[in-house]
Design a protein around this ligand. Sequence first.
Ligand SMILES: NC(=O)c1ccc[n+]([C@@H]2O[C@H](COP(=O)([O-])OP(=O)(O)OC[C@H]3O[C@@H](n4cnc5c(N)ncnc54)[C@H](OP(=O)(O)O)[C@@H]3O)[C@@H](O)[C@H]2O)c1
Length: 214
Amino acid sequence: MRITVFGGAGSVGSRVVAEALSRGHEVTAVVRDPARLHDLHAAADPRVGDARNGDDVAASSAGQDVVISATRPAPGRESELITATEALLAGLARTSVRLLVVGGAAGLIVPGAGGTTVIDDPLFQPPADFRALALACTAQLEVCRAESVVDWAYLSPAALLEPGERTGNYRLGTDELLVDSEGHSTISMEDLAVVLLDEAERPQHHRTRFTAAY
Ligand SMILES: NC(=O)c1ccc[n+]([C@@H]2O[C@H](COP(=O)([O-])OP(=O)(O)OC[C@H]3O[C@@H](n4cnc5c(N)ncnc54)[C@H](OP(=O)(O)O)[C@@H]3O)[C@@H](O)[C@H]2O)c1
């Protein structure tokens, strides 16, 4: 497959690029800052582009099968996540390219908590400086849900998403937070990349949110 990754030098994006390359895909990895080109995997096709820019989206997605968005704005600029998602959807609406969005866990429903979502549950509160990002991720999902042309899927990670090991194991869900027998909700970034590449290769989710955790 031909896959483009926006945020290709980021924590999640770089693992997605590595996982895709390890499976033999042709990967275009996009960074916003030319200074970060050297951070990209050497086997990826490097590009400079901003997901908020329609021309950059068009140039980086032409002829591709899937675009994976793993961008994260700087603190204080969280609304950029929404404009980037709008631009990606608008750019891909004239194509048949799928969009897989790495989103946030904030809007997932906590099991057994009467419908409370992660962002409102004291047990799962992100650090204070991540709250604005968590809210932006929730708004990002609404942007996707308003889209009816592009074949998109929005992946909400587990509540705790950190660098770790690639195990290849995970469980999938829809709108409810997946927790283990001790109530923890975790997945490594390496395994989140596995989830994304499995979805890219064997699409199961269309215009919907899904989640993954151990
Ligand atoms: N449990 C959770 O819900 C959870 C936990 C962690 C992460 N996440 C989500 O995972 C996603 C990726 O996070 P991360 O940890 O990988 O972030 P990261 O390490 O900060 O990487 C994000 C990358 O996106 C790039 N970027 C930002 N805005 C862009 C734009 N408009 N166009 C192109 N590239 C852009 C950044 O480039 P610059 O350096 O140029 O800004 C950066 O390289 C985010 O959506 C985040 O919310 C969710």
